[in-house]
Design a protein around this ligand. Sequence first.
Ligand code: ATP
Ligand code: MG
Length: 261
Amino acid sequence: MTKQTRVIAVSNQKGGVAKTTTTINLAASLALADQRVLVIDMDPQANLTSGVGQKDQSTEAGTIYDALTSDGIVARDFVLPTAIENLCLVPADRHLTGAEIELVSMPDRDQRLRKFVNALRGEFDFIFIDSPPSLGLLTLNALVAADSVLIPLNCEYFALEGIADLMSTLDRVRESLNPTLSVEGVLLTMYDDRTNLGQQVGGNIREYFGDKVFTTVIPRNVRLGEAPSHGVPVIVYDARSRGAEAYVALAREFLSRERSA
Ligand SMILES: Nc1ncnc2c1ncn2[C@@H]1O[C@H](COP(=O)(O)OP(=O)(O)OP(=O)(O)O)[C@@H](O)[C@H]1O
Ligand SMILES: [Mg+2]
C-alpha cells in the first residue's frame, strides 16, 4: 500500500521564529531518512529557495508565483530537484509579493495553492509549505492547502504574543475551507537552556499547548545560522553540530508521531 501524502504548513505570522530554518532542516533530515519530501516556498523573501541552494533558480514553467496566478498549469512542471536526494523544491522569488495583490481579484483566491498541492499528492511522503511572516493571502493559501500546521516558537519573552491571532485564523480556516486542519505540533526554537528566561518561556508554552509541543527542542546554534549562506541544510554543512543533531532528533520524533497517529 502506498503511504498517503501529508501536507504540513510551517506557519507563525511572527518574523524570525525559525519557520524557514525548520522547513529546510526537518525536510532534509526526513529526506536523508529515505522519505520523499517536497518543500514549497510561499514567502517572497525566498529564503527557503536560497537555503536549499537554488537562489534565483526557476523551472521552465516558472516559480510558485506563476503556479498560483496562471490557469491550466501542470504542477509537476514547477518542481526542481535539489542537491539532496529525495528533496525537491517549488521555488519562489520576489515576484511572489505581487501574488498577494493579484490573487485578491480571483474567485478561488484562497484555494489556488490547495489545487496545486493536491495535484502533487501521491508523489511525495511529505510536502512542507514555508509561510511568510503575515496572516495574508499567501499564509491563508498555505493553511487551506495543508493537512496540519507546524508552529515554530522562539523561546523569547514575546513568544506567545500574536498566538491568539494565529489560533483564530486556524479556527476561521476550519469553519470554512479546511475543516480537518490540525495542529501538527509546536516547536521550541532558539532555545538557550543557560537562561532562566528560556526555561520559563518553554514552560509557559508547554502549559498553553500541552502535548502538542514536540519533546525535541532546537537550541540556539551558530551553525544553523551559517548553513543557509552555503545553500545547504545544516546536516550537510556540519552534521555533528548541535543544530544538526536537534533537527535529526526532531525528524525522528515527527516520524514516530506520524506512525502512531
Ligand atoms: N536555532 C537557531 N540558532 C541560531 N540561529 C538560528 C536558529 N534558528 C534560526 N536561526 C537564524 O535566525 C534567523 C531567522 O530564522 P528563519 O529565517 O528560519 O526564521 P523565519 O521564521 O523563517 O523568518 P521570516 O519570518 O522572516 O520568514 C535566520 O538568520 C536563521 O539562520
Ligand atoms: Mg522564513
